[in-house]
Design a protein around this ligand. Structure first.
Ligand SMILES: *[C@@H]1O[C@H](CO)[C@@H](O)[C@H](O)[C@H]1NC(C)=O
Ligand SMILES: *[C@@H]1O[C@H](CO)[C@@H](O)[C@H](O)[C@H]1NC(C)=O
Ligand SMILES: *[C@@H]1O[C@H](CO)[C@@H](O)[C@H](O)[C@H]1NC(C)=O
Ligand SMILES: *[C@@H]1O[C@H](CO)[C@@H](O)[C@H](O)[C@H]1NC(C)=O
Length: 340
């Protein structure tokens, strides 16, 4: 158990929660928030002024077990240090993987939901579950649902879509991947589709026997990275899911933890939820780079100083912070349904 002692507190906590009884863990993403350049730091403090609140205090008050993220420091951003931090985290995750997999006793079937917002490092953490042979992992399957549900004129209400997300998640955790066929466009024929979003990010969908010999004439929008496969046979994927010991899903589309209560209470599931939290201001700065087009107003505001910022944009950011806070507070308060 030496490895455990060497782990940073929050990773150790994660391991503990996965193996032990609690159904909820918060993972504060700190390594990734080290990618803070001076400019971003300025930006962050300006956003803070704008929000006139301190989202950093996020639910730490009542938590004894979750360690706070270390202070952001521009000087840590030197690439070398970043590299070192990254490799160390990777080594930690790798060791945890070995431990989870190598216990000999297979233990009960577990279901894992990685709940995050974009640019929190969720792909990175998800990848660590993906790499494990005993886990069936899907990367953002709700993408298809959002495409379909918000397609309606006027858009579905937030509550309405959250309920759809939840019910789809439940089926997916139960390995009923056929549920996605209602949302994949164009609709699969004979349970066959080349359009499953980010298939290549799911190891289980790119290995035998789910990877069938490729057929030259079919255009694969989301293809496997390491090898060529034929269109996805959803029946084969369902069978693979049932064979794996655990199921893990990553999503950025669940905003409120409370919506997941029926899943946690479903006797067919043994659900563990990991919420990834990163300083929302750093998330915003990162999104401005990654999804440049969508954040024009913020970019103008950041570069031109006084360019007006629409109240609605500020409200949206505030809303994001608020739902993260509400969920994390609920999780850390550990209501009955989140206890093991
Ligand atoms: C901490 O707990 C107290 C009492 O249980 C409560 O009043 C307060 O709102 C909690 N604070 C946070 C940040 O959860
Ligand atoms: C932050 O940067 C300052 C100046 O470079 C340095 O003196 C300080 O030790 C750093 N703090 C941390 C926590 O690394
Ligand atoms: C992971 O395990 C290896 C071998 O036991 C050990 O050398 C290494 O220090 C561990 N890494 C971390 C970060 O604990
Ligand atoms: C998909 O896989 C199932 C299960 O092996 C098989 O019965 C079915 O024929 C396959 N579908 C196609 C179109 O190949």
């Amino acid at each position: 158990m030496e490895i455990r002692r060497a782990l940073p507190q929050d990773i150790r906590e994660l391991l503990h929660r996965l193996k032990m009884r609690s159904k909820y863990a918060v993972l504060l993403v700190f390594v990734i928030s080290l990618i803070i350049i001076e400019k971003e730091n300025n930006f962050i403090s300006r956003v803070s002024d704008k929000l006139k609140q301190s989202p950093q205090a996020l639910a730490e008050a009542n938590s004894t077990e979750v360690s706070p993220a270390p202070a952001e420091n521009g000087s840590l951003a030197s690439l070398q240090e970043l590299d070192a931090a990254f490799f160390q985290l990777r080594s930690h995750l790798y060791n945890i993987t070995l431990q989870l997999a190598g216990d000999g006793d297979p233990g009960p079937r577990r279901h894992l939901l990685l709940m995050a917002t974009t640019r929190t490092g969720s792909s990175f953490v998800g990848e660590f579950f993906n790499q494990q042979g005993s886990i069936f992992y899907l990367f953002e399957p709700l993408w298809h649902v959002e495409k379909t549900v918000t397609f309606l004129p006027g858009g579905a209400s937030a509550v309405g879509s959250a309920l759809v997300y939840r019910d789809v998640l439940k089926q997916l955790l139960l390995c009923d991947l056929y549920i996605l066929e209602n949302f994949i466009s164009p609709a699969p024929e004979g349970h066959l589709t080349p359009f499953l979003f980010r298939r290549g990010s799911s190891h289980s969908l790119c290995e035998e026997p789910v990877c069938t010999p490729s057929t030259k004439k079919v255009f694969e929008k989301y293809y496997c990275k390491n090898r060529r496969c034929g269109p996805l046979n959803i029946t084969l994927a369902v069978e693979a899911c049932r064979r794996k010991q655990h199921v893990a899903l990553k999503t950025v589309r669940i905003r409120q933890l409370e919506f997941l209560q029926p899943l946690v209470e479903d006797p067919r599931l043994d659900l563990r939820i990991i919420q990834l939290v990163r300083d929302p201001r750093a998330v915003l700065a990162s999104r401005m780079v990654a999804f440049s087009g969508k954040y024009e107003t913020w970019k103008k505001w950041a570069s031109e100083g006084e360019a007006p910022l629409r109240e609605e944009e500020v409200q949206r950011l505030r809303g994001n912070c608020e739902s993260i806070r509400v969920s994390a507070e609920l999780g850390l308060r550990r209501p009955g349904w989140l206890r093991g």
